[in-house]
Design a protein around this ligand. Sequence first.
Ligand SMILES: [Zn+2]
Ligand SMILES: [Zn+2]
Length: 186
Amino acid sequence: MTIKQRQALLAYLGYYVDSIDGKWGTNSRTAANAFKADYGVEANDKNLLAAVNGTIQPVKKEIGWDSIRYFKKSEFKCKCGRYCNGYPAEIDLGMVSIADAVRARLGRPVTVNSGLRCRQHNANVGGASASQHMYGTAADLGCPSGVTPQQMYDIAEEIMGNAGGLGLYSWGIHIDSRSTKARWKG
Ligand SMILES: [Zn+2]
Ligand SMILES: [Zn+2]
């Protein structure tokens, strides 16, 4: 990970407020120390990514919807409108945190094309039989105008590192918080 990437992750997590300039100065060190104080671990690459993915959480502060900046829970509802109450599974906040980080880096509104899917809705839209969408761990994010799906994909790739599922499509990207790494083009 480059210093710029580390600064970007610290900025996303709310610790770094200076420009992402790739220089590890006083503000970067202060941000890393504040991260360490909150999370109880060093601000190294592995821990920063784990914090963004929600795998590790601040010792004092639990991750919740109040820590998500850009998305509301309702945006991840199942869109079937008839087979379920909209929430057939818990929404994984680790996955939402990834979406939030991608949205922050893009600096543009991102639409959740598909979040949760009940089994029936997943079948109706032709989802994979074991789709992560049924478990609340996946979201399809529409590409905002002014950026390309490839650019969006590259940002997500930086944020996700060596974990999770990431697919590139003509309409945007699929992200999910599976524990293994998967990358594909749809
Ligand atoms: Zn449904
Ligand atoms: Zn998907």
